[in-house]
Design a protein around this ligand. Structure first.
Ligand code: PMP
Length: 391
């Protein structure tokens, strides 16, 4: 009998059969008129999902790390002063990437589980002539969500470009790129947009494009250079082929299907469902007495949860037992607390039934590790969130 498992890690996620089927179709030529149409309309769908009618989307073969590097390579020049706001491992990674393009990188970081307040960021922006700042919407190493709303406005006020790492948020957490005045927002295909790993997805707003056009120095990174990619995106949207590097044809076809599913659900409903599954799962782990890495409940992401192991339980013992019960969770990632917590992704097509299965597997595994609990207590807590959100 086939052993079924439910993948509940913060990316890659469970993918829809329609998306996998699109990925498995015979590969078309990248200049086939049918593919040109698919590519063009997929770029337009990205504007809707990002909430950025004015934005310039880029679909580039690569991963989220490439998506992080694109704005750094195109918008930062040697000697520019940049601010990396870090709420975990990926914020720190951004500082490292930025340091390849300028030696004036200031990192403003929070201890694991905490946010950096808008007040702190404003204090820093007041001090120096920053040209750009990076923020991680949801840091996948801590499960902390920053509120990007006031930060885009701050960036505007201080003449600073605001770049949002939305790898663990786009199409899951509420986002309105243009309204919130965010200059670049990006993600990777394997997260809430729902396509297997392989695409870097970036939307650049008009201020970012204009900053790039007015650069004094040449973009030093060959593959990331928007001089290479912008004409390709513009051509495909205008119904013409263009070439810089071979498009990931099958992935783009799969993205077209996946973004259709996202838009058919509707952005407001999609954000509501993510909030529901996030809150339900977190109510479940709280009912089991597990503490969570994000300190303040208001800054807990809806796309993933980061619970600490209960006293006396380690990942080596718990996670294989959860897997044996049919669900896959991820271990910790933040170097300071790595061995003390685990991570559960609930984004993309995750529903309440997946939350229930995950909590059921977690209860079973905890009991096998010798933790005493009232069977079903976490599912009951999750269910009560669903009932209160529905009423
Ligand atoms: N930023 C965040 C917030 C992420 O979660 C990840 C991946 N988990 C990345 C960047 C890097 O993406 P990738 O692993 O696809 O390069």
């Amino acid at each position: 009998m086939k052993k079924r498992t439910l993948l509940m890690i913060p990316g890659p996620i469970e993918f829809e059969p329609s998306v996998l089927s699109a990925l498995g179709q015979p590969t078309q030529s990248h200049i086939d008129p049918r593919f040109i149409e698919v590519f063009g309309r997929t770029l337009e769908k990205m504007r809707k999902v990002w909430g950025s009618p004015a934005g310039q989307p880029f679909i580039v073969p690569g991963t989220g790390t490439l998506a992080m590097e694109m704005p750094a390579a195109n918008l930062v020049e040697p000697g520019d002063r940049v601010l990396a706001v870090s709420t975990g491992y990926f914020g720190d990674r951004y500082a490292d990437i930025l340091s390849r393009y300028t030696d004036r990188v200031k990192v403003l970081s929070a201890p694991p589980g905490e946010t950096v307040t808008a007040g702190c960021i404003e204090e820093e922006l007041k001090k120096s002539d920053y040209s750009l700042m990076t923020i991680t919407h949801v840091d996948t190493s801590t499960g902390v969500r920053m509120d990007p709303r006031p930060l885009g406005r701050l960036g505007r006020r201080y003449g600073v470009l605001t770049v949002l790492d939305g790898v663990c948020s786009v199409a899951g957490e509420e986002l309105k790129q243009d309204e919130w005045e965010l200059d670049v927002v990006f993600t990777a295909s394997q997260k809430a947009v729902g396509v297997p790993p392989g695409l870097a997805l970036v939307v650049a707003g008009p201020r970012a494009v204009s900053r790039w056009k007015n650069r004094k120095s040449r973009v030093s990174n060959y593959y990331c250079d928007w001089n290479q990619w912008l004409p390709v995106m513009e051509a495909y949207e205008a119904g013409r082929p263009a070439y810089f590097a071979t498009p990931a044809v099958n992935h783009v076809c799969a993205l077209d299907v996946s973004l259709d599913t996202v838009l058919r659900e509707g952005m407001a409903e999609r954000f509501r469902r993510h909030r529901l599954v996030g809150r339900a799962f977190q109510a479940g782990i709280e009912a089991l007495g597990l503490k969570q890495v994000p300190f303040d409940s208001q800054s807990r992401a809806f796309t993933l949860s980061a619970p600490y192991y209960p006293p006396g339980v380690t990942g080596d013992r718990l996670l294989p037992r959860v897997r044996e019960a049919g669900v896959i969770f991820a271990g910790g990632l933040h170097p300071e607390i790595k061995a003390r917590y685990f991570r559960v992704g609930h984004m993309g097509s995750t529903r309440l039934t997946d939350v229930m299965s995950s909590l059921g597997a977690l209860e079973t595994a905890l009991e096998e590790c010798g933790v005493s609990l009232i069977p079903g207590v976490s599912m009951a807590a999750a269910r009560s969130i669903a009932v209160s959100e529905d009423s």
